[in-house]
Design a protein around this ligand. Structure first.
Ligand code: NI
Length: 237
């Protein structure tokens, strides 16, 4: 090989090194690379974890590289810690949906704490940190809930009533036909039909150019501060 040949090989090798590095950087930087005009949506799942369905959902989301937000029931965490840890490790956001799915309105301080703080402790033990958003069951909020909540209250802007219809195609169509930038989508990861609907929604909205983010990331991208006790339904511009 002549001098020119060696130089070519060297340049090619260098180019390859930089090209591969570039790829790595893009993957790691993920969220920071979101284009300002790319429509964002947040998938949120209530009432889990349930081993038979949540695991399958996590598999499907991992295959598609999609993060979601899970509002968990405290009493379902013991025995399912591995699922909660998997959510944490795979970039999902974890939130509180009370200890045994009761409505939070009208509760005194002690009963509120038994539902919310107790769940916070169970989750903190599972993942090693606190600071979880709260989704009150049935979306029911009163002054007491707003006053007592140590975190933001996350509701939703699209509700396909997946628990009622248990029909993946119907639920997916409801969401895909309405989804717009900033929407927060309500689903329940305890029904196989909801898991199927969620993955269908991901594939169809990806085709339309949507990007899926956690609720926290959505707020960050839209420069919205999540204030404890304040209610958020969507982050539509
Ligand atoms: Ni619920």
């Amino acid at each position: 090989m002549g001098k020119k040949g060696k130089l070519c090989v060297l340049l090619l090798a260098l180019a390859l090194v930089f090209w591969t590095r570039g790829e790595e950087l893009t993957a790691v930087d993920g969220p920071a690379e979101i284009a300002g005009d790319q429509p964002l949506v947040a998938l949120t799942f209530d009432d889990g974890p349930r081993r038979s369905t949540t695991g399958e959902l996590l598999d499907g989301l991992a295959e598609r590289g999609v993060p979601a937000t899970f509002f968990l029931i405290g009493e379902l965490v013991p025995g399912n810690e591995d699922l909660v840890q998997r959510m944490e490790e795979e970039g999902h956001q974890i939130g509180i949906h009370t200890y045994d799915h009761v409505q939070l309105t009208g509760l005194n301080a002690a009963d509120f704490s038994a539902q919310v703080d107790r769940t916070e402790n169970v989750l903190a033990q599972a993942v090693g940190h606190g600071g979880f958003a709260l989704r009150p069951p049935y979306g029911l909020i009163d002054n007491g809930v707003e006053k007592r909540s140590g975190s933001a209250l996350i509701l939703w802007s699209i509700d396909p009533e997946d628990w009622k219809y248990k029909d993946a195609d119907r639920v997916a169509e409801h969401i895909v036909s309405r989804a717009a930038d900033g929407d927060v989508i309500l689903l329940h990861d305890i029904y196989p039909t909801s898991v199927a609907a969620a993955l269908q929604v991901v594939d169809r909205l990806h085709e339309k150019g949507f990007l899926f983010v956690t609720v926290e990331e959505m707020a960050r991208q839209r420069h919205v501060e999540l204030v404890p006790g304040q209610v958020y339904r969507s982050f539509c511009p």
